[in-house]
Design a protein around this ligand. Sequence first.
Ligand code: NAD
Length: 374
Amino acid sequence: MMVGVLKETVPGERRVAMVPQALPSLVSKGFEVCVEAGAGAAAGFPDEEYSARGARVAASREEVIQASDVIVRVRADAAGLRAGQAVIGFFDPLSEPQRAREFASAGVSAFAMELMPRITRAQSMDALSSMATVAGYKAVILAAHSLPRLFPMLMTAAGTIAPAHVFIVGIGVAGLQAIATARRLGAVVSAYDVRPAVKEQVESLGAKFVELPLEAGEAEDRGGYARAMDEDFYRRQRELMTRVVAENDVVITTAAVPGKKAPVLVTGEMVKGMRPGSVLVDLAIERGGNCEITVPGEVVERHAVTLVGLLNLPSTAPYHASQMYARNVASFLLHIAGRGSIDFAADDEILRETLVAHEGRVVHARVKELLGEA
Ligand code: NAD
């Protein structure tokens, strides 16, 4: 089976879907790999490293597409693909279901990495967790960069420097990594999530769990994700968080509900209440944002507070983001095609949950529903 690795085409995207270090796991199982020249360059992986690990480097994109049974991408699209081919990548079919139709019309079998089930068996293929890890880390680094204060407590001959106070809202994979990173930099960290189960994890990382007197009820679904709450709940949450937000130098928000717009948890008024020079990093910006006034793709100053709304943070650490993503993709490939071809008829949750388009049709139940095809 020939795996094709294409250069990413979304402007500013520096990641690559396969890295040289992940090739031996595929090549040793009989896969062949063909890489578009320059595909890994922006992530720090030169063509020679792919060749040295058993891949063929092809000069043109068309050549890779022609040769390949399955194309691996970070941000997948149907452009130039041929019928009967499979493609693996992110394409956010729950937010942009019409993308699934594009793959279907091209006759391409499309697997969405976003839809990987969060089950133990699929942990090594969980690319959302990998990217959230990078984003959580990067959010803290960006905050530290913008903050006019230092993070750690320092006792120096010039006096004592008080540590920065960091508040993190939404403690999934990104939030946990943000806590760990902020703690390593010496900040005093507190955190909140609607899922009460998170409290223990927060405390085990040396942060304080902020108790808000909110009746969250059944805040967690069976998949471990947060449920959507009603607007009354979010209003009360904003009221209760106002003081906490004002007391901290840095606020990092990552709150999300799968398939929904991110809840607004920080209003413009709440930002106004923060001390001058404070920083808010809105990691939910790609889902509409947790802060009412962050600007997608930009770093802006409002009420003397720096608001970071940068998009695609994983792409700002492309070397390791690609390394993690490539391992996820390689595991997935070995899982669905380890015997030399993809068995589309297999009774397998991982294949069923991720396959969105096949044989000219959208085949994923939730995506079909969103398209009104169910
Ligand atoms: P996510 O990106 O969907 O959401 C981020 C966090 O925001 C979640 O923790 C969520 O509870 C929280 N949130 C939602 N609404 C909120 C609100 N109003 N206020 C505060 N917080 C709010 O989450 P994720 O990082 O993808 O992970 C979600 C869960 O899945 C976690 O329990 C995680 O441990 C679990 N998980 C399991 C596996 C696995 O078993 N293979 C893999 C990855 C993640």
